[in-house]
Design a protein around this ligand. Sequence first.
Ligand code: NDP
Ligand code: MG
Length: 389
Amino acid sequence: MRRVTILGATGSIGQNTLDLIRRAPDAYHVVALTGGRNITQLAADAREMRADLAVTAHAELLDDLRAALSGSGIAAAAGEAALIEAAQRPADWIMSAIVGVAGLAPGMAALAQGSTLALANKESLVTAGPLLLATAARHGARILPVDSEHSAIFQALIGEDRSAVERVIITASGGAFRDRPLADLAHVSVREASTHPNWDMGQRITIDSASMFNKALEVIEAKEFFGLRPDQIEVLVHPQSTVHALVGFCDGALMAHVGPPDMRHAIGYALNWPDRSHLPVARLDLAAIGRLDFAAPDPARYPALALAGQVMQTGGHAGAVFNAAKERALDHFIAGRIGFSDMTALVARVLKGGVPDAGPDMGARDITLESVRHWDHFTRQQMDRLIAA
Ligand code: NDP
Ligand code: MG
């Protein structure tokens, strides 16, 4: 039996992962499940999967979790340190699906035990790419991408000579406001921004899709994971979300990954890798789809994309600063304190102020969990001050 742990089990990716594991109960032993505020879901899944351990990120919810698990024999724990301990429990395959930079330290702990890390948490590579890759290499751990675009690139690269890769193209649906007049964007509501045309995802990534902060993070994620230069990564708006990414080779060929917008494909690919197994995703009827559209992203509609370029050129802790500024601006948008367009404007202002601890050649020695934490904290405070001003 394969021992599996799911970090962020109560979220959208976590629930899709459990859906796949549930279909082959004899193949897996669930070691640990972690969640945040959704104690009911966490306890129900832990009971159903007969997990050894369930952990909530929030210390004040430990009693609730204990009560929900009473009589089950499942251990309960809470808090940041407990999340890391969950990731340290011996497991063969660990899903990293906590949202935000909070996923970084548990993911690092999973790598340090030499496990295979299925990485949905893109913030890990954005904030600490060199550190994450060096940790994996040092402990003989493998990282498998779960973000659909990166899974698509990974699959298109199988059997290919990396030096023959000229470019990668990541597609973007264009999000909730692709066809809205630009002038409206300042006033769109949180509810409208939380609806995605094609994908069913957590609220934060859905809003990030509307602003294209999600795509900005994915561009940086691709640079880090595949070792690309910034000028090798392109973004195309593709409203049907059917082609997830393309890899361009030196002979002019483009290898495209085509599939339904269902995260269980990318999760299942990482779960079954290096094999392919049957997955319960829809089979595409291309004749019924009829046409696939592609367009260059409009920089005025999606200013977050240009910020990704700036972050990659700056290097060092620019990713940590960018992500923290984005996460905090998103908190303020969700709380109704700032408008939708203010998010990119404020993040741009933070970056314009300069990233003190940066440099394109900074690597794993210069970027540590502590330094990422420091700049993350520093930037969140800076963002709060900007908004209060
Ligand atoms: P959700 O918001 O649906 O779920 C997030 C998970 O993290 C939940 O289990 C949540 O617990 C938990 N969580 C929230 N805050 C904390 C915290 N501070 N510490 C520990 N755990 C916490 O997110 P998604 O599943 O949509 O996304 C997860 C990650 O995967 C993100 O990094 C996202 O960018 C990435 N991703 C997601 C895709 C998708 O289709 N959803 C596609 C590609 C990448 P609770 O809900 O119990 O509070
Ligand atoms: Mg994606």
